[in-house]
Design a binder for this molecule. Structure first.
Ligand SMILES: NC(=O)c1ccc[n+]([C@@H]2O[C@H](COP(=O)([O-])OP(=O)(O)OC[C@H]3O[C@@H](n4cnc5c(N)ncnc54)[C@H](OP(=O)(O)O)[C@@H]3O)[C@@H](O)[C@H]2O)c1
Length: 256
């Protein structure tokens, strides 16, 4: 028995480091998963591996561009045709970490750069909620998980485009909690610290990597599976009276 036995879930950003770990954890816990991303060849390769380890009827893939409303609505329609319901949507998809943009000061940042990140992180998550929530309302149950980052809580002196987008995500989650709580729908934000995925570490020097590890009392980077385990728990029926909260996954660096 898994904590997500029989649940029908959508995971966006499934080709990324965290997204693929979420898909695996959800399959481990008994869920049926529709995994979405734009790099469909990468997604199919991952899915072939998952189908060997888990029952193939529980693994589905779809092209998804979260910033395109037609792509989102078409995915949601397909999932409803396939499963008849949606129990959880995990909005992992996020604008790729570009070192140059991450290091920019406010005065160097353009409005276009802010729009670009917002378009994927905020508009993308909003569109997923907008289209999936209708069926959740009918079934009077459902869970949304949105992805933020610790600078949205503490503030930071660089990377404003990312901080703005990840701050808006926290507002989106709180809005879902208030507007749809009475329909039995819960929402959570996961605010990640340093989680070891390819795009988060590949541009760091050894010294920078080690310095970021030391930011947390646990003295190390987090693993994608450690994020996925929290997401699985939140999408299960266990935290049934927790709603709208931001859960920080950073080894304890940000305590508030
Ligand atoms: N790793 C960290 O340390 C860290 C820290 C704080 C917050 N986060 C957040 O955690 C989430 C996962 O991070 P990660 O490290 O796993 O990042 P990642 O490896 O870069 O994965 C990002 C995912 O988003 C997808 N994506 C990007 N634009 C998309 C679009 N328009 N439509 C659909 N999918 C899109 C990418 O897939 P395709 O390119 O195939 O579409 C990819 O699967 C992100 O939201 C990130 O901002 C991560």
């Amino acid at each position: 028995m898994g904590i997500l036995d029989g649940k029908k879930c959508i995971v966006t950003g499934a080709t990324g480091g965290v997204g693929r770990a979420v898909v695996e954890e959800f399959l481990n816990e008994g869920a049926y998963v529709v995994a979405g991303a734009r790099r469909i060849a990468v997604l199919e390769e991952l899915a072939n591996g998952w189908r060997k380890r888990f029952s193939p009827d529980r693994v589905h893939t779809e092209f998804l561009d979260v910033s395109d409303e037609k792509s989102v609505s078409s995915l949601v329609e397909k999932v409803l045709k396939l499963f008849g319901k949606i129990d959880a949507v995990v909005n992992v998809a996020g604008y790729v970490l570009e070192p140059e943009l991450w290091n920019k000061r406010l005065a160097e940042t353009s409005a276009e750069e802010i729009f670009a990140v917002m378009n994927v992180d905020v508009i993308g998550s909003f569109l997923m909620v907008k289209h999936a929530v209708k069926s959740m309302k009918k079934q009077k149950a459902g869970v949304f998980i949105n992805f933020s980052s610790t600078p949205a809580i503490t503030g930071y002196d660089r990377g404003l485009a990312y901080t703005l987008a990840k701050s808006a995500i926290i507002g989106l989650t709180k809005h879902i909690a208030w507007e749809y709580g009475r329909h039995g729908i819960r929402a959570y934000t996961l605010a990640l610290g340093s989680i070891e995925t390819e795009p988060s570490v590949k541009w760091l020097s050894k010294g920078e990597y080690e310095m970021l590890a030391r930011e947390s009392p646990l003295g190390r980077w987090g693993r994608p599976e450690e994020v996925a385990a929290v997401a699985a728990f939140l999408c299960s029926d266990k935290p049934s009276f927790v709603n709208g909260q931001t859960i920080v996954i950073d080894g304890g660096a940000v305590l508030y």
